[in-house]
Unconditional design. Structure first.
Ligand SMILES: Nc1ncnc2c1ncn2[C@@H]1O[C@H](COP(=O)(O)OP(=O)(O)O)[C@@H](O)[C@H]1O
Ligand SMILES: [Mg+2]
Lengths: 238, 360
């Protein structure tokens, strides 16, 4: 039997008067890859921001390992074991690759653990290992995305939130990134993957949620959604 | 352990060295110049902690300078009479003139020096508390609120001081009640006859402490957190950096050193005037930081030296007339040619290291 790692219960988020999330419910089991797909402005990024504490929900609750976390500040949530690789990568362009990685481990104090996670992350992304002293802003788009993921891994998360990791990348690079996402998951990290590239996302995920204007309109095993007529029409191009 | 003691010890020795050498051979000109330059370094390096490290934009540094200066002025002027019945004589380390004018019976280190050290720290703490009050509401928000609030703060401080009462003459001091002393900050006439303790020793001691603090901050985990806030505040928070707390911390540290610079100004010149420490003064410090490089400690030091001493070389009076134009031009050219300032975030030693790295 698998256990629930993250639960969103009737989650509402407002940006001022904009009602961006209108009662989201989600259950994420430990060890799985769950994808959240939907069109532009559906509320995918907002959901991730609420989970990682960058936004405070106006209603509803978020339970992580059974504990409510929706009242906690972002820095406490990172310490609980949730890392967020934000939309647009959110790397620090004028800091070096190394400094970016170290900021990923900001919430930790265990030197030994940090060092071993650094080695692991760099083994996962050898291209970063060659560019440790380079300014992150001078990396290619794919490398920046790799850095964003590697940096998130430096927090040694149990839950990794990835916001559109394939955005703006060449198909071969996307393949590499998705292969690494699988690899990370195989090592036991649960992943919540937001994608507009629904085909790729559904093909690696276990479960999927489809979200539209702030509401979940469909969810189920990813394999089933991949063959779902409505989903094919709306998100898979035919 | 050795490393942590070594740097402060160096600072102390350098301060003693500057004080001793210049005081021994100078006729007064260099003491004055080096004092002004030193204070400019403290102001620039401390403002850089906010504007350079955390990427916030404060343009009210002169407000903290004024607060520290006036608090130090009152403590030295009224306080010395109240606490010591007379002005405590400065010892050797607080002697602000060339040594050949020194009374041979002068003590090396007296109660007056200790008093002045306490005055400096009080001025710093006073400014730091003001920094906390200004920073708390404005730094909780992201964006440019700090710039607006600090401009307002600087002007409020100036106007409050200008509308304060005249200084109470020392001869009437016994008749004056406490409230008079608190409000007797000299109005628009400035606060005058402040006992002089602000020697080169104190100035360069605090220059050293300010630089050391800034460098330690920059290369610590805190420093990396500061820089991440400057780069992308939301991403920094996603890493677990408590951005509000760090911004306020940086702002308070920065205000502390501005307050100390105020104390040094007041007691090296013997006078302080808020009218001269208006918006233009804040802008001057911003120009130094922008020119030196946002986030570069050594850049701020270099720019402070150049921009303080240059007007002296170029004949102060002609320069004063065109100062505004010159600052604007400097800012525009820096923005076009080197938008991150002459040094960027790098330090002088990074530049050499990188050169070597490329060759090797
Ligand atoms: N910072 C913001 N301020 C105001 N409205 C926002 C902000 N961010 C997102 N929104 C709005 O919230 C809704 C959901 O946005 P978002 O979660 O970014 O969508 P997605 O990631 O699915 O494309 C959109 O209508 C968007 O316009
Ligand atoms: Mg989005």
């Amino acid at each position: 039997m698998s256990e629930l790692l993250l639960q969103l219960q009737d989650l509402h988020v407002h940006y001022g008067v904009i009602h961006a999330l209108q009662g989201i419910n989600m259950n994420i089991e430990r060890g799985t890859i769950v994808t959240l797909i939907g069109g532009n402005g559906a509320g995918k990024s907002t959901t991730l921001r609420a989970v990682s504490g960058l936004l405070r929900p106006t209603h509803g609750s978020i339970l992580f390992e059974g504990q409510p976390i929706h009242q906690l500040a972002a820095h406490r949530i990172v310490r609980r074991g949730i890392a967020h690789a934000p939309e647009g990568r959110g790397i620090f362009p004028n800091l070096s690759v190394e400094e970016n990685l170290m900021l990923g481990a900001y919430a930790r104090n265990d030197r030994e653990g940090i060092r071993s996670d650094r080695t692991k992350s760099l083994a996962l992304f050898p291209r970063l290992a060659e560019r440790l002293r380079q300014r992150a802003g001078t990396l290619s788009g794919g490398e920046q995305q790799m850095l964003a993921i590697a940096r998130a891994l430096m927090a040694r998360p149990r839950l990794l939130l990835l916001d559109e990791p394939s955005l703006g990348l060449a198909p071969q690079i996307v393949q590499v990134i998705f292969r690494i996402i699988r690899q990370i998951n195989a090592e036991g990290v649960t992943i919540l993957l937001v994608e507009q590239n629904a085909h790729m996302a559904l093909s690696i995920a276990d479960q999927a949620y489809v979200i539209q204007t702030g509401k979940v309109i469909k969810h189920g095993p990813a394999r089933e959604l991949l063959t779902d007529k409505d989903i094919q029409k709306a998100y898979l191009g035919g | 352990m050795i490393r942590s003691i070594f740097a402060p010890l160096m600072v102390l020795l350098i301060a003693i060295g500057v004080h001793g050498l210049v005081g021994r051979y100078d006729d007064g000109y260099w003491i004055n110049q080096l004092t002004i330059i030193g204070i400019a370094i403290i102001l620039a390096v401390s403002l850089n902690i906010v504007n350079g490290f955390t990427g916030q934009f404060s343009i009210g540094h002169a407000g903290f300078l004024s607060l520290g200066g006036y608090l130090a002025g009152s403590l030295l002027y009224y306080g010395s009479v109240m606490f010591f019945q007379t002005r405590p004589e400065p010892g050797f380390f607080s002697f602000t003139q060339p040594f050949d004018r020194m009374d041979p019976t002068i003590v090396w280190w007296g109660i007056g020096d200790l008093f002045f050290l306490c005055v400096c720290l009080s001025a710093g703490l006073f400014a730091a508390v003001a920094g906390l009050i200004v920073g708390l509401p404005s730094l909780r928000l992201r964006g440019d609120y700090l710039a607006i609030v600090t401009v307002g703060f600087g002007e409020i401080v100036r106007i409050l001081i200008e509308s304060s009462q005249r200084q109470v003459p020392l001869s009437r001091l016994n008749r004056a009640d406490g409230w008079d002393l608190v409000t007797g900050w000299g109005s628009a006439m400035g606060f005058n006859y402040i006992p002089k303790f602000g020697s080169l020793f104190w100035v360069y001691l605090f220059v050293g402490i300010t630089i050391l603090t800034a460098i330690r901050l920059k290369y610590s985990t805190h420093g990396r957190a500061y820089l991440s806030i400057r780069e992308d505040e939301i991403a920094a928070e996603a890493m677990g950096v408590r951005s509000t707390r760090y911004k306020i911390q940086a702002f308070v540290i920065s205000a502390f050193f501005a307050g100390i610079a105020g104390a040094l100004t007041a007691s090296s010149q013997g006078t302080i005037n808020a009218t001269e420490l208006a918006f233009m003064k804040s802008l001057e410090i911003v120009v130094i930081v922008v020119l030196g490089g946002m986030g570069s400690v050594s850049g701020a030091v270099l720019a402070a030296v150049v921009l303080t001493y240059l007007p002296e070389l170029l004949q102060a009076e002609t320069f004063a007339r065109y100062r505004l134009i010159l600052y604007a031009l400097v800012l525009i050219f820096v923005m076009i040619l080197r938008p991150r300032g002459l040094m960027g975030t790098r330090e002088v030693w990074d530049v050499f290291r990188r050169r070597r790295g490329v060759q090797g």
